[in-house]
Design a protein around this ligand. Structure first.
Ligand SMILES: [Zn+2]
Length: 376
């Protein structure tokens, strides 16, 4: 963290970074001044289904560009396109499209697609939320491998229900293939969650939502995720999915080392009330709530608001909250070691100038993608 920081950008990359006193302004440079703000790397969102009217499973090239632009304007520099449970042929087609887009050389105007999160089909009927019951499957290494093949190896994260038969074997297999396993959409007991952790599970998917409630005799995944220091835990901090007191409980337990803020955003994000797609489903947006048949169907949250909400609900400092949208998701995915990914890392000379300016309450004041200020 640099006090009173200045970042010098050249050709879209960070050329210098330091305090204003030690880092001079090159002659002829255009100066953007965000007085009183903290400068931070752009955010990384590991759970997002869509935004700007587009769904990641449906989006063509123009749709993915629209998603990238929208996220970039809200301070997100990288994301995992997250699938929902759908018929397998539709899932495989979506994975092929996403992989092709990821492998293309074309630069992203805003947030970069940096992998895929499979949310389904290996989820529990008891806690499926809006995931279609008819398309849920029992864990299968063969089906997983087919999805990996369609995705050209670009899957980085998979949500898995620990209590399903074969879940532990699949968790071990996926982890060996470089895919992180996150426990969720599950009615698992604490013991079942513990076993999946021992088989490699690294995180919990939208903690508290779509899992057994935190009961004092059967704490379930939530109890394991909160108390096992090794586990990361996602949270949807929109003020709708969870009571702010549960956010405070989660923050006290997972904190700046293991908490991960996600949006779970779907196509309606950034759009007026109406009907939108989520995979094969139709979702209604009204009064800030996205629902299908009365059940919450993702959110319309953006990660900058999640961060500001966390600060407001918990009293956390912006500096302590920042790792939850940068370093922690990157570390959970092992991006920290992968040279190809700078998402979630501290600002460094040489990397693409994806930089956000945050005020003292964690609110986004400006977002720069490749050094270009984005329209909010
Ligand atoms: Zn989701």
């Amino acid at each position: 963290m640099v006090a009173d920081p200045r970042v010098v950008v050249e050709d879209g990359r960070i050329a210098a970074i330091g305090s204003r006193s030690e880092c001079g302004i090159p002659p002829g440079a255009r100066v953007l001044d965000y007085a009183g703000c903290m400068l931070a790397p752009a955010f990384l969102d590991i759970h997002i289904h869509g935004c700007a009217g587009r769904d990641v499973m449906e989006a063509d090239e123009a749709g993915m560009v629209a998603i990238s632009r929208f996220l970039g304007a809200r301070g997100t520099g990288g994301f995992l396109a997250t699938t929902v449970t759908a018929p397998m042929d539709a899932t495989l087609r979506a994975l092929e499209r996403l992989a092709a887009r990821m492998r293309s050389e074309r630069a992203w105007p805003g947030a970069a697609l940096c992998g895929i999160h499979l949310e389904g089909p290996f989820l529990s009927h008891a806690k499926r939320g809006v995931h279609p019951a008819g398309d849920l499957l029992e864990p299968s290494v063969a089906v997983f491998d087919r999805m990996m093949e369609a995705a050209d190896g670009c899957v980085r994260l998979m949500t898995l229900a620990p209590e399903l038969p074969g879940a532990a074997e699949l968790a071990r297999h996926a982890t060996r293939r470089g895919v992180r396993v996150s426990m969720g959409h599950s009615n698992a007991t604490a013991l079942e969650a513990q076993r999946l952790m021992e088989a490699g599970a690294a995180s919990a998917t939208h903690t508290f939502n779509a899992m057994r409630a935190l009961d004092h005799r059967e704490p379930g995944i939530a109890g394991v995720a909160l108390t096992e220091d090794a586990l990361y835990a996602e949270l949807i901090c929109d003020g709708i999915h969870l009571d702010p007191r549960m956010v405070r409980l989660w923050w006290k337990m997972k904190g700046r080392e293991r908490g991960i803020l996600v949006t779970d955003a779907m196509a309606a994000t950034g759009m007026p009330d109406g009907e939108y797609r989520l995979g094969e489903m139709t979702v209604q947006l009204a009064e800030g709530r996205a629902t299908a048949n009365g059940v919450l169907a993702g959110s319309v949250l953006t990660l900058d608001r999640a961060l500001a909400n966390l600060v407001a609900f918990t009293g956390a400092s912006v500096e302590n909250a920042l790792p939850l949208v940068t370093r922690n998701p990157a570390a959970m995915l092992d991006f920290a070691d992968a040279n190809s990914h700078t998402h979630g890392r501290d600002l460094r000379v040489g990397q693409r100038a994806d930089v956000v300016a945050l005020d003292g309450e964690g609110r986004l004041r400006a977002s720069l993608m490749a050094g270009v200020e984005q329209q909010q």
